[in-house]
Write a protein that binds this ligand. Sequence first.
Ligand SMILES: [Zn+2]
Ligand SMILES: [Zn+2]
Length: 333
Amino acid sequence: MSKSTSAKLATLRNALAALPDKDVLHKYLGRSTTAPNLLRDAVLVVLHRKWSAHPPYRLTELGITTYDRSSINQGQPIMAGPHAEDLLRKVWCLHLVIRSTAHLDATATGLDPFHFGTTVYVSQEEALVLLEHIWHQPMDEQNEDAGYRLIIYMSFGSNSSISRVRKTAFDFDPTLLDTTVASLDAQIIPQQSKITRHADADFAYLLRQFNVPVYHSHNSGNAAMYATIVAILSTLRFELYGSLQNAKAKPGRVGQSSSKSAMFVVQSLKNWPTPAPPVGVEVFCWRCGSGEHGFLECHNADLKCRRCECAVQEWRRKNAGTHMEGSCAFGPR
Ligand SMILES: [Zn+2]
Ligand SMILES: [Zn+2]
């Protein structure tokens, strides 16, 4: 990166840090004609991590969404459509399950289903490589010197800070990467947009304000998408819902969004074809490690992990049926 570019970048980073998160997102989404060029080429990335519930905490899943404003309509502002439908259709949602730790979250009925795309099973290294690629997207594929596109990183509530505590279990901190130009919190954006007075509202509460039902938000892929939806609908509330009759832009079937319900829009996002993540495998059994069948189809269902079966922690004994000893995430006692 040239000297002048890094100076411009530092100025931009400081300017964005001084703004409320909702204003940064609003600038980026193209409603503002004063957005600097660097921001127009940026990519919005939402990351949601899931850790095992008990120590030693391990990363078990990653949900990611990406939105590339410049690839749409040559970067010109687009009409967002009812409930931001046209914009949300361009969001790519990925769900990665870490193969070696998947069993830690599993019950006899498996894992919560992902509704916005394809789940893939990956190694921790594959997940890290994919994140590195997402954070280092060339500005110009033909010209390496053009540098990387900036990333607007967004997470939900404490999800990002927990990862700093658990850094040893999964060493990826977007706030330390020099392509990250802003770090936003999707949980605070609805409060800043006056959708709610609460700074700690959960997905079910927040999406209820838009009449969108929430299913399986413990699946990190769904969580990443719900965070994206809630942040975008909140940020664009005046464009999406405002009208002469609805000066306060109360969400509903009003204004630009009068033609359909938000529930219908989110349901059609689930039905919309979403390309699978370019890593990992789509079939994997975390009980026996096979790539031929899934956990629920496993023929070795009566086998248990002997190490966990006689562990001192009750939760490990309960979890012993989800994996064989060879797939155990824990070393010898
Ligand atoms: Zn199996
Ligand atoms: Zn075990």
